[in-house]
Every structure is written in C-alpha cells, then in structure tokens.
Design a protein around this ligand. Structure first.
Ligand code: SAH
Ligand code: SF4
Length: 377
C-alpha cells in the first residue's frame, strides 16, 4: 500500500487519481475535482455541477471542507486588507492582501505593463502559528511555535484571499512572509508551492512566489533541488556580523553568515533575477553607517537587492525603528557602495502593520531570548 493520501484540499491531481480510482471513478474526474478546488475555489461538493451525484456524496463524506474560516477583515485606506482566520482547533493566523501601488512589497517582476482591467495584488501568507526561531524583534518569535500549518491550511489562505481581493484587482503574487518560518515547515510548504504553481489550479507563474527565510541552510538547498530556482528567495539578514546577528536571530548560531552566504551563492538563480536581502532597521542596534559598509562587503559579488524595513513596533518589546534621517542615510550609503537598495514603505499602518501582530494579540506571549542591550535611542 502507498502512503496515506493528504487532506483533500492538499492533494495534487495524481493523488486525486489515486483516491478516485479506489472509489471506482474514471481518471478524468481527478482533473475536474482539482480544478473545482484550486482553479475555482469551490469546496462545496454540491456546487461541483459537472460531477455525478454519487461522487459529490463521496466527496462530502471525505470531509471536503475549508480548514479555516475568515473571522475578521480590516481594510486600510490604501486598499491593504488584513485577514484573520480561525483554524479548526481555534488558533488564529493572519494574512495580508496588498494591492499594487499600495504595496510595501513591490511586484517581484516589476516594470511590467499592468494587465488591462486588473490591478495585480500580492498576498502575504502564514506558514506556522507562531515561530520557533525566536528573533527578538518579531511578534511571532516572541510567541514561540504553537504549531505548524498543514499544506491545506496554507493553500486555503490563498483560495480565500483570491476571492477577497478588491474590485478590479487580481491576485498575482504571493509572499511567504506572514507568521512562521516557512523552511521550518518544509514538507507542508513544498506541497503548498506545488499547488500554487500547478497550471490546472491556482496557476501562479514562476517567480511570482517569494519565500522569506531567516536562513535555514539545508532547506534552502532543498528548495533549490526541488524547485530549481523557481521560487524567489528573500533572506532575513538584518545584521552583517555573527556576534550581533546571533543575539538578534538565534538561528545564526546554527547557520552563521559565511555558511548562509555560501548557500546563496549556490542557489540556482535564474538570469536577471536577484535574491532579496531583508534588513530590518532596529534603532541603535544595526542602523549605523559602518553597518551599511559591513553589509555591502558581505554582499559583494552576490546578485542581490536590499529591502530596508524600519522595524515595526511590537507590543511589550522595547526595540523600535530609527528615525527617518537614519533610514535615508543607511539607504544612501548602500547605494554609494554599489548595492541596489529600497526602503519598504510600511503599509496598512492603521490596521497594525507588521505581519504577525494581529493574530498574536490573543495568544499568550513568551519572550524566549533575552533582548539585546540597545545603545542610544
Ligand atoms: N520567518 C521568515 C518569514 C516571516 S517574517 C523570515 O524571518 O524571513 C517576514 C519578514 O518580516 C522577515 O524579514 C522578518 O525579519 C520581518 N519582521 C519580523 N518582525 C518584524 C518587525 N517587528 N518589524 C519589521 N520587520 C519584521
Ligand atoms: Fe520567525 Fe521570521 Fe519572526 Fe524570525 S522573523 S521569529 S524567523 S517569523
């Protein structure tokens, strides 16, 4: 016997063929069921009108139901929407929809003619409830890992998000930058990626999906092997030396910068693409001009661009963003050193900006690592 099939919503077409064969259904039904779920976002078997009645009944028995429910939807003035979902076990996760133009995350393809009649939007999705990595500036890190999300829960955020984009918008890009470390939940995330890319399903194009990681080196290599550079990589770097990076991001003790940089050099980057380096500016901690110099040296020879993100304040966390002149000076210094650098504008401020904060408002917090001593202010 082969391994048990995943939850219905997380099944790939071949797995539907297997399930349907076991029920005595013809092969071609697999594509129909898959399309209903992933291309059309229909999870109610009764609405799958081209399927015979007995198959619809069987699907209902199988428990083809959304694994999450929308519990809150906040819309900011710029069109950004924050979505809060309840999972089957009552935990909550969040996701953000960002229309292009309002975007703090630029269109990864960039410079493209807008599609006639549809403004592209980007969805930021979660991959875990909380996070085990313990980065000290991050709300998810402060909460600790509650649990991994299943592939079905990851995909269901996108099925819901696609239906909730504003009028005249179309979901075009995904960023795995919500709660959680995607590469710590590799199997579920890889399955979700296959579902996102599948042409009979959601059908996102190559390089339309950006995965952000704090730097789990073996899994970066695995992603390269499994997807061959199809996934756009974003690395949360944040500090250009090991001693302070380990303080801010405990994962650095396991995969220090030299090891991480080697993994980036190995990543099979398609022509004309760059790896995104995320750099959260924390006041008085990593925002000095010599940090910019050290960052430029570290990145020398790599095809990268830097996104500077002034830290979003997190409740019960003493760290915060530097003032605007410091951000500008840091940005300018990187350009002077030849590094393409962009400041990610904070969007949706009036709905509690950073990914990770809304859903955690009702989770108990646990500070897992001592906060670094911050000089100045
Ligand atoms: N775990 C992954 C993806 C989720 S976090 C990662 O760390 O890359 C997405 C991005 O938000 C990361 O770059 C993370 O460092 C950043 N981030 C987390 N908390 C933040 C905060 N309070 N202010 C600004 N950026 C933050
Ligand atoms: Fe986890 Fe990313 Fe937050 Fe670090 S920044 S704790 S890896 S979610």
């Amino acid at each position: 016997m082969s391994s048990p099939l995943p939850d219905p919503i997380a099944r790939l077409p071949g797995e539907w063929e297997e399930a349907l064969a076991a029920w005595g259904e013809p092969r071609f039904r697999a594509a129909q069921v898959f399309q209903w779920i992933h291309a059309r976002g229909v999870l109610d078997p009764e609405a799958m009108t081209n399927l015979p009645k007995r198959l619809r009944a069987r699907l209902a028995e199988e428990g083809l139901a959304p694994p999450l429910a929308l519990t809150a939807r906040h819309r900011a003035e710029d069109g950004t929407q924050k979505l809060l979902f309840a999972l089957g076990d009552g935990r909550t996760i969040e996701s953000v929809l960002i229309p292009q133009g309002a975007s703090g995350v630029e269109d990864p393809i960039g410079g493209e003619e807008p599609e006639p009649g549809a403004r592209p939007s980007t969805q930021c999705i979660s991959t875990q409830v909380g996070c085990a990595m313990g980065c000290v500036f991050c709300a998810s890190g402060m909460a600790g890992l509650k649990r991994h999300l299943g592939a079905g829960e990851i995909v269901a955020q996108v099925l819901a998000g696609r239906a909730l984009v504003g009028e005249g918008e179309r979901l075009r890009n995904l960023v795995l930058m919500g709660m959680g470390e995607p590469l710590h939940n590799y199997d579920a995330v890889a399955r979700a990626l296959r579902l996102f890319f599948h042409p009979e399903g959601i059908g996102l194009g190559t390089r339309r999906v950006t995965l952000s990681t704090s730097g789990l080196v073996p899994e970066i290599d695995r992603l390269a092997r499994d997807f061959g550079g199809k996934v756009q990589l974003a690395i949360s770097l944040h500090v250009p030396d090991d001693a302070r990076r380990s303080e801010l991001m405990p994962i650095n003790r396991r995969y220090p910068l030299a090891t991480l940089m080697d993994a980036l050099r190995r990543y099979p980057l398609p022509p004309r693409r760059r790896i995104t380096i995320e750099y959260t500016l924390v006041r008085g901690y990593n925002d000095a001009l010599w940090d910019a110099d050290a960052l430029a040296r570290l990145l020398h020879g790599l095809r990268v661009k830097v996104n500077l993100i002034p830290m979003n304040p997190v409740p019960d966390n003493p760290l915060g963003p530097p003032g605007w002149p410091v951000v500008e000076a840091f940005h300018d210094r990187l350009w002077e050193r030849g590094v393409a650098t962009f400041v990610r504008r904070k969007k949706g401020d009036d709905i509690a900006a950073a990914c990770g904060q809304l859903a955690l408002a009702n989770e108990p917090k646990k500070i897992r690592v001592p906060l670094p001593v911050v000089a100045g202010g």
